[in-house]
Design a protein. Structure first.
Length: 574
């Protein structure tokens, strides 16, 4: 009755009342029901005088044509609030300059009289109306959930133990990403091994065979095995969001964020960056200040997104198997520190204005529904799978082609002759042997000899390939860091999408998509290369830090360009 509109009770997570709400909206839209008692919210006499004056001037320039169905009172109030959308619309009208200048002058008069911006005065009045309406109608409940929320907040938002709890949860998230992810990763590896061997046996040796097995399955398969780990990460992020804990992390980090020149609300988009930097950049829209929005956008790319996770999992599994969770936690922590350092630096140089105080309402704790969590994970997973079928697939084929060509016919012919000689020699020995154990032993030796010939041939071929030439050309840039040419090429291809770093390595190291009794996985190939080259382990840790720090992916840069409306900020971020 007070609002003058129908109120439909709903329970969002259970879907109760939602259909009734839509039905009521449709009926009102079609004119089957009328809204009689519209709110008549009156402001101070000074503001009402200014509003009436602006309405008269808006009528003179026929402003009603521009906003059909919208009251001129609303337009006048929005002009006092300096609403950009409304002002841009009014500016398009003929002879609008007078009314716009009048609005600005009147807004200054009000600000001078009340020592407060008109937007703040109008907001205060509206909240006053809301408070009065609630006082007349609303009866606070004594639900147990409210008491539980308050008791829980005393612990998780405590100034001494709140942050240790938060970092402990983050560390557990990374530990679970490895520990729980090991089982489904093994299943996917077995499935890919079966597909690879099946396609390999169906197709004759040649260009198409190598493209399918080494290029497509070796490239895309090398990334898709990490899908379970990414899904586990999304699960934890979804649980933190849906329970209401994510808002508490912003509250916990507010003091530290302000010291670094960031807004308390900046922490939520930054935490979302663990999933994907693109929606995290878009989430900065919730921050009112343009300064704080841009500052947050500049820091977000340092947050390790799920696209970088396959690279981390690959290298940590290969070179730091004992401290998997701790190393991954350290990488993410380095990213957070880099983001904060960037914010401090920009705050003291580019942005020097005072930040807006942080005000945020903490929502009550909710029990996440299986449907909501599953939907969250499904949306993120399908986005990842789409990248598998498009950009990563294309990049894998391009990297494979650059590594496959040019072909040395003489070297290839010599290799085939050597393999045929080994096959003939050992096949005769196996046929002449009756003992099954001896036959098995000879077969193993034969396979090892052929594998040695393949390794020698592949090593010689890859050194002469186009991808090797590109790698050798850019490797001097990365040589001081200890990166070999394969790592250099992977960094170059990873500019498009960070997952391509893994698929590129899968192709460059001629690794099978999964490990079985007779084939070596990419992890094994990396370990073998490290032992042969005697590369220090800190070089590989440095590689992970470099993947964390260098260019954001194309999608993130495009999102920054769109949100800032300025190419210069996108270029600055690179």
């Amino acid at each position: 009755d007070l609002l003058g509109i129908p109120v439909i009770p709903t329970v969002g997570k259970k879907g109760k009342g939602v259909k009734d709400l839509f039905k009521k909206i449709v009926r009102i839209h079609k004119g089957l029901e009328e809204l009689n008692n519209r709110i008549s919210l009156r402001y101070t006499p000074e503001i009402e005088t200014v509003v009436d004056d602006l309405i008269l001037h808006l009528e003179k320039i026929e402003c009603q044509r521009l906003f059909p169905g919208l009251s001129l009172r609303f337009v006048a109030l929005k002009m006092l609030e300096k609403d950009r959308f409304i002002l841009e619309k009014v500016e398009k009208l003929r002879n609008s300059s007078e009314v716009i200048e009048r609005g600005k002058a009147k807004a200054k008069e009000i600000e001078k009289h009340f020592d407060k911006e008109p937007s703040h005065l109008l907001t205060d009045a509206r909240y006053g109306f809301v408070a009065g309406a609630l006082k007349e109608t609303f009866v606070p409940g004594t639900r147990k959930s409210q008491k539980i929320s308050q008791k829980t907040d005393k612990v998780v938002t405590h100034r001494l133990i709140g942050l240790p709890i938060f970092f402990g949860l983050i560390w557990f998230m990374f530990y679970a990403t490895f520990k729980i992810g090991e089982y489904p990763v093994g299943w996917i590896e077995s499935l890919l091994a079966f597909i690879s061997s099946g396609i390999g046996s169906l197709l004759p040796e040649g260009l198409v065979h190598d493209l399918m097995v080494d290029g497509i399955i070796g490239g895309v398969g090398g990334v898709i095995v990490f899908l379970p780990s990414i899904m586990i990460l999304f699960l934890f992020i979804s649980l933190m969001e849906d329970t209401g804990y994510m808002a508490r992390t912003a509250f916990l980090m507010d003091k530290a964020m302000h010291k670094m020149g960031l807004h308390g609300k900046s922490f939520i988009p930054m935490l979302m960056g663990f999933g994907c930097n693109v929606p995290a950049v878009m989430a900065t829209r919730t921050i009112e200040s343009k300064r704080d929005r841009i500052l947050t956008m500049m820091a977000i790319p340092f947050m390790s997104c799920s696209a970088r996770l396959p690279v981390y999992v690959l290298f940590i599994s290969a070179f730091f198997p004992v401290f998997k969770g701790s190393i991954l936690f350290a990488i993410y922590l380095i990213g957070i520190m880099a983001a904060f350092f960037t914010a401090v630096l920009l705050n003291k140089t580019v942005f020097k204005k005072a930040e807006i105080p942080f005000v945020m309402e903490l929502p009550p704790y909710r029990l996440p529904t299986i449907k909501a969590v599953a939907k969250h994970i499904w949306v993120k997973t399908t986005f990842f799978l789409k990248k598998m079928g498009t950009i990563i697939l294309i990049a894998s084929i391009v990297v494979w082609a650059l590594g496959y060509f040019p072909r040395d016919k003489k070297a290839e012919s010599l290799f085939n002759q050597q393999v045929a000689q080994v096959e003939t020699a050992y096949s005769q020995s196996i046929a002449q042997t009756v003992d099954k154990n001896e036959q098995t032993a000879l077969t193993i030796v034969k396979d090892e000899k052929i594998s040695e010939l393949e390794l020698t041939y592949n090593a010689a071929h890859i050194e002469q390939s186009y991808i090797s030439r590109i790698g050798q050309f850019i490797s001097p840039v990365f040589e001081p860091l200890g990166f070999d040419w394969r790592m250099s090429v992977s960094i170059l291809t990873g500019v498009l999408a960070k997952e391509i770093v893994v698929s590129s390595m899968g192709v460059l190291y001629h690794a099978d998509s999964a490990a079985d009794e007779t084939s070596a996985s990419l992890i094994t190939k990396l370990q073998q290369h490290q032992q042969e080259s005697k590369t220090p382990l800190f070089v590989y840790f440095g590689f992970l830090v470099f993947i964390l720090m260098y260019f954001p992916c194309i999608g993130t840069l495009a999102a920054i360009r769109k949100e800032t409306g300025n190419v210069s900020w996108m270029l600055f971020e690179t």
